[in-house]
Design a protein around this ligand. Structure first.
Ligand code: TA6
Length: 299
């Protein structure tokens, strides 16, 4: 049997003969579910808006062209936090087998879904706030026990542009107190909980025992692993990008977000986000960038 893909009320759902599946909202091209060996790997808040009224709290929001609150006196200054990609409606461009994907061997054990967003499809506000001519193609490849998402950015204009990008993934885990994040040992990071001071991670493994909001830059090892009870759970490999953010809002921040439900949901999620957020990536006229993640789910 072949993979199956169908679209319904603003979302595209793909599934494999194994039962693995992925669901993508056209709003933000936001992955809102990825099931592998019968288990949901993506956390979405019970109060997440899925109607396009605000970015999804959970899933894999696409951060572009700026990460966090935009800087002052910059081309992105008038944009909302994390830019416009996650609150724009994307176009489903179609499916293909994914010979090209690094993740899968193609054939009937994988399927690639493509989504597009160009400057002409932006809201008037976003166009006014960031007047560049660009084309984004976001590919979501579902394979057995694996998910790959890649963002392709093309500068379609005649002047250089610069951007940041990040896949803001909310992974679902059983119990945050039994989770460790490995592969970031000895990397330096900006700690946004300690007013953006720079630190070096001393231990090879990071446990989450309170609010964590760290931006790791230029990480040497390309894979960051999430373990549960000391066993491998999710391996996140960066492809074409070398920065990562680790975020858990913990109790107070979870309380302060109206669309974060249940309030103790911070115990069931961990954001391990991959991107290019340390400084800005510059694209000359006509140039293209591609970066993303390959995630493996362990049974
Ligand atoms: O990825 C971490 C972060 O930048 C945090 O600082 C927090 O702001 C989080 O993103 C969520 O941002 P949002 O705009 O989705 O509420």
């Amino acid at each position: 049997p072949q993979p199956s893909v169908h679209s319904e009320q603003g979302r595209v759902i793909a599934s494999l003969p194994t039962g693995d599946s992925v669901e993508v909202l056209l709003y933000g091209a936001t992955v809102i579910s990825w099931k592998a060996n019968g288990r949901e790997n993506i956390w979405v808040s019970d109060a997440a808006k899925l109607d396009g009224s605000k970015p999804v709290r959970g899933g894999v929001p696409i951060v572009f062209p700026c990460f966090g609150p935009p800087p002052k006196n910059h081309a992105t200054s008038a944009l909302p936090q994390h830019g416009f990609a996650r609150n724009s409606t994307w176009v489903y461009l179609g499916k293909s087998s994914s010979e090209s994907g690094k993740l899968a061997s193609g054939g009937d054990d994988s399927v690639k879904l493509d989504f597009g967003l160009t400057s002409s499809e932006l809201s008037e506000d976003a166009k006014k706030a960031w007047g560049y001519d660009f084309s984004l193609v976001y590919s979501v490849t579902l394979a057995r026990d694996g998910l790959q998402t890649m963002l392709n950015v093309q500068n379609k204009g005649d002047k250089a542009l610069e951007f940041q990008m990040l896949l803001h993934t909310y992974f679902r885990i059983d119990d945050i107190s039994k989770v460790a994040i490995n592969g970031l040992g000895s990397a330096t990071y900006i700690d946004k909980v300690l007013n953006a001071t720079e630190h070096q991670q001393s231990t090879p493994s990071l446990q989450i025992t309170g609010e964590v909001d760290r931006v790791y830059a230029a990480i040497k090892q390309d894979t960051t692993s999430i373990t549960q009870d000391g066993k491998p759970r999710l391996d996140v490999t960066r492809d074409g990008i070398s920065d990562s953010v680790v975020w858990n809002p913990w109790i107070e921040k979870a309380k302060s977000m109206g669309d974060f439900e249940p309030k103790d949901g911070y115990k069931k999620m961990i954001c391990v986000e991959v991107g290019a957020v340390d400084g800005w990536t510059k694209l000359e006229a006509g140039e293209t960038f591609e970066g993303g993640m390959i995630v493996k789910s362990h049974a």
